[in-house]
Design a binder for this molecule. Structure first.
Ligand SMILES: Nc1ncnc2c1ncn2[C@@H]1O[C@H](COP(=O)(O)OP(=O)(O)OP(=O)(O)O)[C@@H](O)[C@H]1O
Length: 230
């Protein structure tokens, strides 16, 4: 199988928090749909940020698309090939209108304006947002913003998708639409989510971060049941 992204001995610590990732070895291969799970604060977002160079590893190696990546200029290419859906859509949307936001990525990749607009339009259609082109981005609902960010990622025609809690803020219908869209996509993906049912519909592999280590398994977390006295 083609290895798309690989970490070797990847470690990361925050000044006051201490070690979040301790010598993580991980491979993302073509066809993988990885559910990345773990408790709040386990380090899931940190791991995805490291993969695309939004944070710099303290130790270890990152290989992506056939080359080791160390410097910022090497990660620019990684970010062009691995689409990142941020946990908070407001971190991803910054243009006045939806069409401009979705076309920004392709334009930034050097596409001609007409082609970028065409890609943006197709991406909006694919996430069910045809007709949203001229809407003002910051006036959209949380769920609409989420779908616009997905369109903006897809418009860049990425080879890999890194999705940080994509189903947050979606109502039942939008959540199902997202599941259907993601199921049809050919890209390898890593999906962070606390929504096990969402992951059940998408993942073919489960990994779990716990105590700064990555485990290749799925642990069912059974909530503690407590009698509530009213
Ligand atoms: N800039 C920072 N400075 C210090 N500590 C940080 C910083 N960013 C994150 N942390 C801490 O590092 C840990 C890992 O954070 P991260 O966001 O990667 O966790 P997560 O698994 O994605 O959590 P969640 O499921 O709650 O989104 C947390 O304890 C967090 O408080």
């Amino acid at each position: 199988m083609t290895v798309l992204i690989e970490t070797r001995g990847l470690s990361y610590r925050y000044p006051r928090r201490g070690e979040v990732l301790n010598e993580i070895d991980f491979k993302l291969e073509a066809g993988d749909r990885v559910a990345l799970t773990g408790s709040n604060g386990a380090g899931k977002t940190t791991l995805l940020h490291l993969l695309v160079g939004l944070k710099k590893a303290k130790a270890g190696e990152i290989h992506a698309f056939g080359a080791q990546r160390r410097e910022e200029k090497e990660f620019v290419e990684v970010r062009a090939r691995a689409g990142f859906l941020f946990q908070d859509p407001d971190d991803q949307l910054f243009c006045p209108t939806v069409l401009e936001d979705v076309a920004f990525g392709p334009l930034n990749l050097g596409k001609a304006r007409d082609e970028a607009m065409q890609l943006a339009h197709q991406a909006l259609v694919s996430v069910g947002l045809e007709g949203f082109e001229e809407r003002v981005t910051h006036q959209l609902s949380g769920g609409e913003k989420r779908m616009v960010t997905l369109a903006s990622v897809l418009a860049m025609e990425p080879e890999v998708l890194l999705l940080d809690e994509p189903s947050n803020a979606l109502d039942t219908k939008a959540r199902w639409r997202l599941i259907n869209i993601l199921q049809e996509l050919p890209q390898a993906m890593i999906i962070i989510s606390h929504d096990d049912d969402f992951l059940d519909h998408l993942a073919n592999r489960w990994v779990r971060l716990e105590d700064a280590k990555l485990f290749e398994d799925r642990r069912m977390i059974v909530p503690e049941l407590r009698a509530v006295t009213v």
